[in-house]
Design a protein around this ligand. Structure first.
Ligand code: PHE
Length: 479
């Protein structure tokens, strides 16, 4: 059975799509990593968790957990030339569930991500149509907008349609091309806004908030939030980087690529912080404003800038939309790759079918902020349900499973072979990486998960999430 699977894998490898160039791969992988997680979520989590101390813990998670896991995902993906599910399955059907968990995570993230992507799209246009005219009303306008039963749904559908268009065109023609054009554009746009923000009088307090840690604000929840954010932001723990790695050619140095992607992701998050917090403090606004932070604070800042503000606002939300797009494209691709590899579907029907299901989840999420606000699943609305389930439970556990799989089940020589391209390039930190992946990371994630589970308010949701994983594991052979 195992042999037949492997044989199929080899046959498929021949007609498998590949990245067109190295820079194309990096832009696509960085495009996946850099997203709403960096510009929308990182700033508001930082604000809610007290600033500098959160950033320090977050950076620790990125360096010691995220980077290692990314290297491991690239290695597993390229070794097997298979997307997440196939990669695990080719080792043993017992492990199939870990890949399926990833596909499920992608589905659930896409249950709310396009909603926020749609908001960003809408705000590009709203920048020009009077949003900035009444700065005091921007907060209420945002609340009214996201609570509306029709308007955000239309934007979400347009946003999702752009994703479908890109992913239907395939790996090199669609995903790679989009990343190559959109990622550099994003950097430039963010730098423009950051420079403007830093030039405001009183911006220093914002920098202090960001970079002067106050550890008295740290709790078990802070660690879970930081770890979950590291996984979310780096697109880890759900097979996305396994899938992207599987399209990568054998000459690429995996650790180098992982380092570049990680640095790009982290720099955009910090840049977003530097774009927002100095201005938040300069204008005396509330840093812990939650998910509405960028959508309320940023337009208010731009409104205060006068004439040019409209342009800055449109640029900012264009950047946000671009960042989101290259990420949701990768989420869609994870599910599509599964359907192509494992279910033998053609690309186009796989893309269309998947997107329709995601649209339904998104409609529920969007309405849960308005018309369906009263409907609770395990104590929270649909939007929070999909968000908490993935970011607090599935991704971290998915990362832990990957670490255990890589450290304890894949042969050490195979890993070394893959990470040194068959001994032709060096990876001096191999042993350190191996110890991290094999021992440190599984234990660390275990501790943080337990701390977080005990601290979280939605106990039933936590138990539900873990139950899904256990059920998947039990029926792994049948998946
Ligand atoms: N990394 C993306 C972001 O920061 C989200 C994402 C998570 C994308 C998981 C793919 C996989 O917005």
């Amino acid at each position: 059975m195992g042999y037949k699977k492997r044989k199929e894998g080899v046959i498929m490898e021949q007609k498998r799509e590949n990245w067109g160039s190295r820079i194309g791969f990096i832009m696509a992988a960085a495009g996946s990593a850099v997203g709403l997680g960096n510009i929308w979520r990182f700033p508001y989590l930082t604000g809610e968790n007290g600033g500098g101390a959160f950033i320090v813990i977050y950076l620790g998670c990125v360096v010691f957990v995220g980077l290692s896991i990314m290297i491991a995902e690239f290695a597993v993906g390229r070794r097997t030339s298979l997307a997440a599910v196939g990669a695990y399955k080719s080792y043993s059907p017992r492990w199939t569930f870990a890949g399926v968990l990833g596909v499920l995570s992608a589905f659930f993230i896409m249950g709310f991500y396009p909603v926020v992507g749609g908001w960003a799209l809408a705000y590009i246009f709203k920048s020009f149509t009077g949003l900035l005219g009444a700065p005091e009303a921007i907060g209420d306008a945002f609340g009214a907008f996201i609570g509306n039963s029709v308007e955000p749904l239309i934007w979400m559908v347009i946003y999702l349609a752009i994703n479908v268009y890109i992913v239907a065109k395939g790996v090199a023609g669609g995903i790679e091309k989009a990343g190559k054009i959109l990622m550099p554009m994003l950097y430039v746009l963010l730098i423009v806004v950051a420079v403007k923000s830093l030039s405001l009088p009183g911006s220093g307090a914002g920098l202090e908030f960001l970079f002067k840690p106050d550890f008295s604000k740290v709790t078990g929840q802070t660690f879970l939030a930081a770890l979950g954010q590291a996984f979310f932001s780096l697109s880890l723990g759900m097979g996305c980087m396994i899938t992207y790695g599987s399209y990568l050619n054998k000459q690429e140095k995996l650790p180098n690529n992982a380092l570049i992607v990680t640095m790009m992701d982290t720099s955009v998050a910090l840049l977003a912080g530097i774009a927002l917090f100095p201005a938040i403090f300069a204008f005396g606004m509330e840093p812990a404003a939650g998910p509405g932070l960028v959508f309320v604070v940023a337009p208010t800042i731009f409104a205060e800038m006068g004439g040019m503000g409209v342009l800055f606002s449109a640029i900012f939300f264009l950047a946000l939309m671009i960042a989101a797009l290259t990420s949701s494209v990768s989420l869609l691709e994870v599910v599509v790759a599964y359907l192509i590899d494992e279910r033998k579907m053609a690309r186009k029907p796989a893309v269309y079918g998947t997107a329709i299901v995601m649209a339904v989840l998104c409609i529920l999420s969007s309405l849960s902020l308005g018309a369906l606000a009263g409907v609770k699943v395990l104590g929270v609305g649909f939007f929070d349900f999909f968000d908490i389930l993935t970011d607090k439970i599935f991704l971290a556990i998915g990362g832990m499973l990957l670490a255990i799989f890589t450290g304890w089940f894949v042969k050490k020589e195979d890993l070394k072979d893959e990470l040194t391209n068959g001994g032709t390039v060096s990876f001096g930190l191999f042993e350190a990486w191996y110890v991290l992946v094999k021992y440190v990371i599984p234990i660390l994630i275990g501790i943080v998960a337990v701390m977080g589970i005990m601290a979280i308010e939605q106990t039933s949701l936590m138990i539900f999430g873990l139950l899904i994983i256990v059920v998947l594991a039990i029926f792994s052979n049948k998946l």
